[in-house]
Design a protein. Structure first.
Length: 82
């Protein structure tokens, strides 16, 4: 477990792709590490909670062009430890 005061300063960026149902596809990867292996692994687990077998889904943009771009290219999300 990461102490609260340490966790509050951590942030990592994870890149991943989603399908048209808002489900994570493929393997997410850390593109900017927090330099804390446990936090980075927790961020990957959090993203994977939106996988194909989950009820959870990531909302897609309403704008058609942006939606197409996100589905084609994927995106990065910054996760903070707050």
């Amino acid at each position: 477990m990461i102490p609260r005061d340490v966790r509050a300063r951590l942030e990592t960026t994870v890149f991943f792709r989603i399908d048209s149902r808002g489900k994570v596809r493929g393997k997410p990867r850390v593109v900017e590490s927090s330099n804390n292996r446990f936090f980075d692994e927790a961020a990957i687990r959090a993203v994977n909670r939106f996988g194909p077998s989950s009820r959870l889904r990531i909302p897609l943009p309403k704008d058609r062009k942006l939606k197409a771009h996100v589905l084609r290219k994927g995106f990065s999300a910054e996760l903070k430890g707050r």
